[in-house]
Write a protein that binds this ligand. Structure first.
Ligand SMILES: [Ca+2]
Length: 99
């Protein structure tokens, strides 16, 4: 986890635009807020953060974000999923959610 954060820090400082840095910082802040002291995001915390009334939707998105099937979402998984939802084409988003 520490290595991932270091790589993200270097990437953020030297490669990303100001807008990208702001968005990444926001995602990192959300990660800390949602995960609490547990380190990674559990399904219960994820569902609560989404405010999802329907468990199906929360489960679907959680499963898509949890790319290594660890039953938790780490920071890099949250960044990848959020980036796709925030910046992907409409086709990418539909494919991500419904494939
Ligand atoms: Ca995971």
């Amino acid at each position: 986890m520490r290595i991932i954060i270091s790589v993200l820090f270097l990437f953020r400082v030297y490669v990303l635009s100001t807008e990208d840095r702001t968005r990444l910082k926001w995602i990192e802040k959300q990660f800390k807020k949602i995960s609490g002291k547990g380190g990674n995001i559990t399904f219960a915390n994820f569902k609560k953060a989404l405010g999802a009334k329907k468990t199906y939707f929360a489960e679907r998105v959680f499963t898509l974000f949890d790319t290594n099937n660890s039953n938790t979402i780490d920071l890099s998984e949250l960044i990848d999923g959020a980036e796709l939802l925030l910046r992907g084409s409409p086709n990418d988003k539909l494919k991500f959610l419904f494939d």
